[in-house]
Ligand binder design. Sequence first.
Ligand SMILES: [Zn+2]
Ligand SMILES: [Zn+2]
Length: 345
Amino acid sequence: MWWKSIAERIPLIGMTSQAQDLQSALIRKAFFYLKNSIIGNQTSIMKIPITSFFALFLCVTVLAQNNFDTVSIRPVKVTDQIYMLKGSGGNIGVMIGKDGTIMIDDQFAPLSNKINGAIKTLDPGEIRFLINTHLHGDHSGGNENFKRMGVTVVAHDDVRARMSKETVNKTTNQVTPPRDADALPVVTFADKLNFHLNDEDIELIHFDPAHTDGDVVVHFKKANVYHMGDMFVTYGYPFIDFSNGGSISGFISTLDKVLAMMDEKTKIIPGHGEVSSKADIKIFRDRLADIRDQVSAALKKGKKPEDISSLPIATKYDAEWGKSFVKGKDFVLTIAEELKVSTAK
Ligand SMILES: [Zn+2]
Ligand SMILES: [Zn+2]
């Protein structure tokens, strides 16, 4: 659909990934209303929310300032066969070898040709599989293009289910329209899926609801390499997408389970950031657990989420993490709201 392809083309360069996620949702919504008003003949243009016009204005402004044409795709070698590709959006994982190429995540649609080109310089062989670590557009925006090239897209059951329908943000009531059928994964699974390619055993594991409810960790067993999707990022406070089934406690339990599988030699491709180690994930996990436990204790004392957000719970992490789009206070507030709802059940 034209309106969606335009929405996909809006560059989100230079923004943090959470800002990209949010702006991407806003832009999609704007185009969704615009499409209805022009094509649907049912929604009057007068009924298009002012926020959508604002989003369109923002799109045009951003479009004028940034362009995917300026993005280059840079491969970072992880092992002889495994690379991380950086561009705009989530880190892409690539494994090359005699049986063909397998890639993890695909950033934004306008970058697909460049990404394909960068992969082909590593190995000219066929790209056989593309794994989506989760549904967000900065990790799955190129699905249509890679499917058109004959690549099989693989993801968790919930990724396909959520991409197929409209989602509503519980906090902002923002509506994100469904993805085109052409973008949907064709192979889905619930808990585990194994690939046996290039003399490697690759395990896809879904643990608990974390960043979303359809997150997948990709484990290259012999190489001792992991792609963590957005369950591990190095830019600051992580984004927990509660509207898509994310959960702070599931986030922490997922990290605990992954940590138990890792050792000092493990190499980790984060959803965003540079190649990391087990020690980096441990620090990240401990901070999240510290914040969660303090929020939980405050709730037990009868404090309200809005009061908890003004406590100095995350202050000590702000110097390092506060530069991210999610501020410490807001992170604490969203966790307090989630824990309040889950303890009330
Ligand atoms: Zn991301
Ligand atoms: Zn994400």
